[in-house]
Design a protein around this ligand. Sequence first.
Ligand code: HEC
Length: 217
Amino acid sequence: MKKFATIAGMVLLMWVMFTGCDSKRKPGKIYMPDMAYSRSYETYAEYDSSIITNDPSDKGGNKIYYNSQPVAGTIKRGELFPYTIPNDTNGYKLSATVMNPITEMTKAEMDETARLYNINCAICHGEKGLGNGPISTSGKIGGIANLTLQQYIDMADGTMFHSLTYGRNLMGSYASQLDRKQRWMIVKYIRSLQPKPTVEAAKAVAKTDSTAIAVKK
Ligand code: HEC
C-alpha cells in the first residue's frame, strides 16, 4: 500500500511538472500577475490591452498601467538641463539673463554647427546670416532677420535661444529638430557670422556707456 502511494505520488508530481507550464507565452492560471507580466520596460513586447492599460484612470484593479513614456523629467544622457522659462512676454525678457552654456567650440564642433545652420536656417537667413536666403529673396516670407545687424549683435544669447526654442512670429520652433546643445551651439555660430566690433567702436561705447564691457583686440 505504501509502495502504491509512492508511485501514485510520483506520477502526480510528474503530471504537475509536465502540465504546469507547457508554454511560457500562455501561462495557466495567473495568481501573481506581476510575475507573469513584467511591469518593467519590455522593448519589443506586444501588450495585451485586457491586462495592460495606458489610461491613467483605468489603472488599479487587475490592469497594469504602462504608457511606454519615460518618467517625467527624464533627461537623455549627455543632454543639457531643460529650459524652463515660459513662452510669454515676460519669459522673452527674462531669457536675456540665461547664459550660453557653450563657451568654446572646437573646429570640428564649429563645422558641425555650420552644417546644422545651413540645413535649418540658411534657407531664410542666408549662409552668412544676412537675411537673404532663397525663401527671403523669393519674397514668400517677409521680415526675415538680418542677423548681422546691430540689434542682433546686442541681442543676448539667451534671447536667441528662447526664440529658437519657441519660435518667433513667422519663424517656427526648432525644439524638435535641434536639441538644446545644438541650439546653443547655433547661437554661438551666429556670433561668428556677426561683424566683430572694431577697437574704435568699442572705445566709443566705453566712453558713453560705463557698463559696457571692454572689447579685447
Ligand atoms: C522660414 C524662415 C526662417 C527660418 C528657416 C529660420 N528663421 Fe530665424 N527668423 C525668421 C523671421 C521671419 C524672423 C523675424 C521674427 C520677428 O521678429 O518677427 C526670424 C528671427 C530670428 C532671430 C531673432 C529672434 C528674435 O528674438 O527677434 C534669430 C536669432 C533667428 N531667427 C535665428 C534663426 C536660426 C538659428 C534658425 C535655424 C535654426 C532660423 N532662424 C531659421 C525666419 C526664419
